[in-house]
Structure formats: structure tokens, C-alpha cells
Write a protein that binds this ligand. Structure first.
Ligand SMILES: [Zn+2]
Length: 474
């Protein structure tokens, strides 16, 4: 830190005061009281048990509705099932630009209460954290969306575009009552140019921010079933065509095979920027993986598979054999055995050609290879990096986190897919978390869940800043 001479300190203070006064005139929120209020709403939302299944999001939605309506904000609810409504609140702009949608889901994944130090719906505050199911997935985004609407309304911020807040139900495995229902039946209520939702995070390592990950695309989940058939018989007389043996061989072959490495705009930019944030061998690897030399890329790929599996997962369509079924008693050679492959496709992958390739790699006519049913989300183009929204996010990341923004491709699937499929540019954002906290069992979908209060507040300020940049009248 630079030590300022006395005169400069005085000057600095005067400048700081002048800036604060300007902020007041420009109508900035009073962040101290906003923090108190954020925590109060956050705890209230966490205390509704919205475990999905069954969801029961209604109580949380009723709460949001009365808070918003009390301030004169227009609210509508849309429900395919009475206990599972979606809430839409809208602040009107002058229509110069198309709307901006901010969304969060009110349901949470199930809990095993025995695993929790603090009861999962108690919203206990301790040691700078708030504990509870939904603290990072996704009631943080819900409360940020709520506070955003309250602040914009109270300060009467003039808007060039409508700002829409969607609190959706059913994200955790029942999208038919949530995003599917909204996109199919109530599209005009949520139609927007841009959307901000879960799916991003600011990574902290050793308590220091490393970078902000903003998701701009995601892989498409598919499932392939392998069915091996062979002669049945008595286990005391081994047979060459044993279905279990054939299936095992097929599973081994497809697991050793790797789909070709393919980069897209998001992953290329991600590795390029990651290279600038690291040094030495690590930086070299990130440069090499986008370098285009097949031999070097293969070596890095090997390293990723050993040490950074999530980086190996984003450079190709991946296959993980996760279910194997066959046989029912020790002395019977079964005539059939099956394996289920979890396939996560890169956007743009040719599904028909991919299946043909899998068949060719397995190279056994006794194995049937076919896609099976799965809760498939639509395939969509990437959100563009060259947009006003992405630039606003990057600038706000710099202001609030003094860090670089990395576009990321999620290996999992989110509700943004349904919106991107209709041409909306969606960006996944989220609060900062300690990378060390996940392995300790406090992440999304973990045995326990928690968030740093200070980071929740920083996220509320960050998101408000992004939206203000994108929507305030120019
Ligand atoms: Zn979620």
C-alpha cells in the first residue's frame, strides 16, 4: 500500500466525499440497509422447504409476491400445478431496447437431515456463513433478483428496457412445471433479449478471487444403451459368446476411445484467458490445448484426464458408462446384458454420425447400440461474447471483484437451454465461493450447503450494477 502525504490524504478524503455525494444524487441504493434486508428475505426464503420432489414452491412464491406487491410492483403467477407456481414481476422501460430477464429457481434438491450440522431449512447464520439447502442453488439468485426489483423500483430508475424477474419452479428435475411450461405457454411474459441466471460463479482460492466464470453455453445430455446378446446356458460350461463378456469388452473399448478434441468460441476463450491467469507449465498447457498441434494437444489431454478432469470434459463429447446390468444368478449364463452410457455432447455434434462412430469403435455385431430416452434439454447456439450484456458483465466483474471474466461451457444442463433455444442470449452468473468448500461437502447438491454472507452481498451489488448498466436510460 502506498503511504500518502498528509495533504493528499485530505484531498483524497474530499474527493471520496464528493464521489459519495454524487452517488447519492445519481440515486444509488443505501447498501448498508440493503444488506440487512437481503439477509432477512434470504433467510425467509430458505426456511420454506421447497425440496423437489415434490417442490411445493407455492409458499415461497406467495412470500415473494407480497414483498413485491407491497412496493407497487406488478406481479403475475403462472401454474401448471397449483402448488408449483412460477412468478413473473416486471418493471417497465420506455421500450428503446428489448427486455432483460433475471431468473432464479425456488425449488431445491432433497436433503438427508441427518447429514446437517444446522437443520437444512433453519437458515442458521454462523461464522460469516448462512447454512441451508438452497443457499448456493439457487435462492441466492432468487433473493438477488428480488432485491434488484425492489431497488430499481424504490429509486425509480428510468429504464430503456423492461426488467423482468422470473422465479421459476421445478428446475431440479421437473422442468415441465417450470421453464418448459413458461416457454411453451407464457412466452410473452418472459421474452427478452438477454437473460441472467444461475450457472456461473466467482472462484476464490485461499480466500482470494481468481476469476469469474460466466457460462455462455452448455453440453447436451444424451444416453446411449448397449445391449449384448448371446447364448444362454449353464454356468458350469463357459460359452464363448457370453453376453456379459461381450458387454464388458464393449464398455472397455468405448471407454478407452476418446471423441476428437473440438473447441468452440467459449472454450477457446476460456483456455486463452486461463493461460493469462496462471504461469509456468500450467499456462503453457492452456496455450497448447488451443494451439492446434495434435501431438501436443494429446499430451495436454492426457494431463487433463489425470489431473483436471473438468477441463478434459469440456474439450470433447464425453462418455461415462454409469450403469451395467446383466445376469441374475451365479449358475446361469444370461442371454442379455446392458450398459448405459452418460453422453454429454458438444453443441453442434452430429448425433447420427456420433452413434455410428460408437458402433464402429465397439465393432461387435452382437452389441446393439441405440439412444435411449432421457430428460433431454434442447441444443442451442452459444450465447455471444460480443454483446452489450457480456461486456457489461465483464466490466462489473472488474469493478466488484478486480478479476478477469472467463466464459465457460457447463458440462451439466440448466434451464437457460430452453431460452437460448429461442434465441435469447443467456449468461450464467453467481456469487463467489471458496473452491476449497466443495470438497468439504458444502457445495450445490452436497450433504450440506452454505454461502458466505459477504459474498452474497457483493453478488447483489454486482448484479444490480450489471442490470443498471444494461437497462438504465441513456
Ligand atoms: Zn440450480
Amino acid at each position: 500500500m502506498t503511504i500518502l502525504p498528509r495533504a493528499s490524504v485530505g484531498l483524497f478524503l474530499m474527493l471520496a466525499l464528493a464521489t459519495a455525494a454524487q452517488a447519492q444524487r445519481a440515486g444509488q441504493p443505501d447498501w448498508t440497509s440493503i444488506e440487512t434486508e437481503t439477509l432477512q428475505h434470504f433467510q425467509a426464503l430458505l426456511r420454506f422447504d421447497t425440496s423437489d420432489p415434490p417442490g411445493n414452491e407455492r409458499a415461497a412464491v406467495e412470500y415473494l409476491k407480497q414483498v413485491l406487491q407491497r412496493e407497487g410492483i406488478v406481479v403475475e403467477t403462472f401454474a401448471l400445478e397449483p402448488d408449483r407456481p412460477n412468478l413473473v414481476a416486471r418493471l417497465r422501460g420506455n421500450g428503446t431496447k428489448r427486455p432483460l430477464l433475471v431468473m432464479g429457481h425456488t425449488d431445491v434438491v432433497n436433503v438427508d437431515p441427518a447429514k446437517w450440522t444446522h437443520p437444512p431449512f433453519s437458515a442458521t447464520r454462523e461464522g460469516g456463513y448462512v447454512y441451508g439447502r438452497g443457499t448456493v442453488d439457487d435462492k441466492d439468485n432468487v433473493v438477488a433478483g428480488l432485491m434488484l426489483m425492489l431497488m430499481l423500483k424504490r429509486l425509480n430508475v428510468p429504464l430503456d428496457r423492461d426488467v423482468i424477474f422470473l422465479a421459476e419452479s421445478g428446475e431440479e428435475g421437473s422442468t415441465r412445471v417450470g421453464i418448459q411450461f413458461m416457454t411453451r405457454e407464457h412466452w410473452p411474459a418472459i421474452d427478452a433479449e438477454y437473460c441472467l441466471a444461475e450457472g456461473g460463479a466467482v472462484a476464490r482460492v485461499g480466500g482470494r478471487v481468481r476469476y469469474a466464470g460466466v457460462s455462455t453455453t452448455e453440453k447436451i445430455p444424451r444416453a446411449i444403451e448397449l445391449t449384448a446378446r448371446g447364448p444362454a446356458g449353464h454356468g458350469s460350461v463357459p460359452l464363448k459368446g457370453n453376453a456379459v463378456v461381450r458387454l464388458s469388452r464393449a464398455v472397455a473399448k468405448i471407454s478407452e476411445w476418446r471423441a476428437p478434441i473440438k473447441l468452440n468460441e467459449t472454450t477457446r476463450t476460456y483456455f486463452q484467458r486461463l493461460a493469462t491467469l496462471t504461469s509456468g507449465d500450467s499456462a503453457q498447457r492452456y496455450r497448447d490445448i488451443v494451439g492446434g498441434d495434435p501431438a501436443t494437444m494429446a499430451r495436454v489431454d492426457e494431463y487433463f484426464l489425470d489431473r483436471e478432469p473438468s477441463n478434459a470434459a469440456v474439450i470433447r463429447t464425453s462418455i461415462s458408462p454409469n450403469i451395467v446390468q446383466g445376469g441374475y444368478r451365479v449358475n446361469v449364463i444370461p442371454s442379455e446384458a446392458k450398459a448405459t452410457l452418460d453422453v454429454r455432447m458438444l453443441p453442434g455434434e452430429d448425433t447420427v454420425a456420433f452413434l455410428a462412430t460408437v458402433r464402429r469403435v465397439i465393432d461387435d455385431p452382437a452389441i446393439a447400440v441405440a439412444y435411449m430416452r432421457r430428460d433431454v434439454r434442447p441444443e442451442t447456439p452459444d450465447a455471444k461474447l460480443n454483446t452489450e450484456a457480456f461486456r457489461a458483465i465483464e466490466a462489473a466483474v472488474t469493478r466488484h471483484y478486480s478479476a478477469a471474466t472467463l466464459p465457460v461451457m457447463l458440462t451439466g444442463a440448466t434451464d437457460m437451454a430452453y431460452l437460448r433455444a429461442r434465441g435469447m442470449q443467456c449468461y450464467g452468473i453467481g456469487p463467489a465461493f471458496d473452491v476449497e468448500d466443495g470438497p468439504k461437502g458444502f457445495g450445490a447438491h452436497s450433504d450440506q450447503e452454505r454461502i458466505l454472507e459477504s459474498e452474497l452481498h457483493r453478488f447483489v451489488r454486482f448484479q444490480y450494477d450489471v442490470v443498471e448498466q444494461l437497462a438504465r436510460r441513456r
